[in-house]
Design a protein around this ligand. Sequence first.
Ligand code: UFG
Length: 327
Amino acid sequence: MRILVTGGAGYIGSHTVKLLLARGHDVTVFDNLSMGHKQAVPADRLVVGDLRDADQVDHLLMVNRIEAVIHFAASAFVGESVTNPAKYYQNNLLNSLNLLDRVRRQGVTRFVFSSTCATYGVPETVPITETTPQAPINPYGNTKLAFEKMLADYAPAYNIGFTALRYFNASGAAADGTIGEDHDPETHLIPIVLQAALGRRPHVEIFGTDYPTPDGTCVRDYIHVEDLAAAHLLALEHIRPGAGAFYNVGIGTGYSVREVIRTAEEVTGKRISVKEGTRRAGDPPALVAGADKIRQELGWQPAFTTLRPIVESAWNWHKAHPNGYGK
Ligand code: UFG
């Protein structure tokens, strides 16, 4: 299939591009490199550009005769979305609308969208299923949910088939060690903990120890980035024109912040010093996926079903690339 991957030089995007290329797909990566890394994708696949430029998008879809779009490009820091919502509405909603409109005009009928468990807000019960009410508690979640609705409206009207994947906490790195996670600034727990293990940070601050969870720290569902990439491939293969589907993608098991730190100590053999801090704004206590639907309907089977091997794969990358992709 000829596939356009927006944000394909980013963390989840690059792991998906790697898998698509390995399966013989013809991939064009479109990325403005604001968060992505050019080293994360083959140079001959990368087109540097911005989704604000709808004409460039249109041209790419046309000349490359694109049959499917996987849309990763977005801003994805919950905290930043609270202080700078304009950036999130521009990047995640308006730029996505630009893309979708050009997709419609060029008659592309397959669209896979990166959605998030942040669209559920603070769920009343966990595990979260696809029918759990969506009530985001931050602008990031609002923009992702708004685009889900846009897709649902566009699909039957313009014969676009789509799948929205609601990711839980993407983590880990490619098994062959070639690509991994490198954000600037880094806000995600596992890379922060591993940076502390490498001595690149003095300690890890735990954001809140008084949550209503077994050990008082937040619980998350950590899903390996290659399993997430595989979900995109399956989604593409199952899309039907004019119809949409929504799937949670997680392993279905939650781990607390303390458990992540303990696991990282075991994996790295290093003592990680911890500072107990206050809650971070916008953090729900527990987010764990009920992910039966994607297993049943798409036949998705995660290779990583526990935290430890996920942290091991992340550690392999961080040990070998203490500066990430470098400047
Ligand atoms: N945490 C710490 N200390 C840190 C960093 C994180 O205690 O230094 C805690 C957080 O408070 C949270 C957990 O570790 O409880 C995981 O935090 P991450 O920042 O790694 O991940 P989030 O769960 O906040 O965010 C992820 C994605 C977002 C998505 C969100 C949905 O990165 O894009 O899940 O809630 F929106």
